[in-house]
Design a protein. Structure first.
Length: 317
């Protein structure tokens, strides 16, 4: 009889859906911040820029155009205004406006390179005086990228005018220099202007034709980077996962489908667990021993399972 008791039972299990969500930790990212709110290209377009530039096979004006185009292409998309002006003669090619790479490329390309050598003096000081008018309307910091070859042979001396602009704007302004100077005197002239303020960055035009030098110049003049910690994105909706609860077997007497009193409390506890889990599903399986015809044992298994189901229903399942 003991053997029959082990083989004659009903097993009960419950399957509930649990929410499982992965959490992400804090992350860091690189933030690019402009070193000024306004960047102004101030380009020498006088006759001296029509002379050959070293062994490049280009004039200084042509080399300047190539360098400015490369810088414009490489500058990251920063939140700042950009403008373009020339001196010798003074002309506005683009007022300061939010950075638009394509539009600024067009403005820089519009600066002439086919310029006459004679009758086109280099009035850099006069150009600075003219540039001061649009600069005075700008808010916050101003970086003036001056493209020059170290010539200034007409009008007021530019060093004094630039110093006056530093005095007037204070630390809101900084002049940087892309130099196409070739003689010692021309190079000394550029160095003298750059020496007015420690903020100035000077680079030779030929050097800026090389990617590494140009990248360094761009970072020193246009932007800085810093690492910031950012909150992780909100977790996705939790994915459902199944929780399986297996209850103890309910044994029956031989050839019986009547629930024994000793298992009533176990089934009531199973009912309480199922009711506490909204949406849970239950499965009841009946079994018998192997004595007797298979059809009879199958029917007995079904009756035993149904007895347990009926009991659970009466508990409110």
């Amino acid at each position: 009889m003991k053997t029959f008791m082990k083989a004659a039972f009903v097993s009960l299990c419950a399957v509930a859906l649990l929410s499982v969500a992965a959490t992400a930790g804090a992350q860091s990212k690189t933030v690019i911040e402009p070193k000024a709110e306004n960047f102004i290209y101030f380009v020498d377009n006088s006759g001296s820029m029509a002379f050959d530039y070293g062994k490049t096979g280009m004039t200084k004006a042509e080399a300047a155009r190539e360098v400015l185009a490369a810088i414009n292409n490489d500058v990251p998309g920063i939140d700042a205004n950009f403008g373009a002006y020339t001196f010798g003669p003074y002309k506005e090619y683009s007022p300061a406006k939010p950075f638009n790479r394509e539009a600024l490329a067009g403005s820089l390309a519009a600066i002439p390179t086919d310029i006459p050598v004679f009758g086109r003096m280099t009035p850099m000081g006069e150009g600075l005086q003219s540039l001061n008018a649009p600069l005075s309307n700008l808010q916050d910091r101003i970086a003036v990228i001056t493209v020059a070859d170290g010539e200034s042979n007409w009008g007021p001396e530019p060093r004094g005018i630039m110093q006056n602009m530093y005095n007037s704007y204070g630390d809101r302004i900084c002049f940087h220099f892309i130099s196409f100077a070739q003689t010692p005197a021309e190079k000394a002239f550029i160095d003298g202007l750059a020496g007015l303020n420690a903020c100035s960055v000077v680079a030779e035009g030929a050097s800026l034709m090389q990617d590494a030098y140009r990248a360094d110049f761009i970072e020193r003049v246009f932007y800085t980077t810093r690492q910031v910690t950012v909150a992780p994105p909100p977790p996705p909706a939790p994915a459902p996962a199944e929780e399986v609860i297996v209850f103890s077997n309910v044994n029956f007497d031989f050839d019986s489908a009547v629930i024994k009193a000793e298992y009533a409390e176990l089934l009531r506890e199973a009912a309480r667990i199922l009711k506490a889990r909204s949406g849970a599903r239950g499965a009841v399986e009946g079994h018998t021993c192997n004595i007797g015809p298979a059809d009879y044992n199958m029917n007995l298994s079904q009756r035993r399972a149904q007895t347990v189901v009926d009991f659970l229903v009466r508990q409110g399942i």
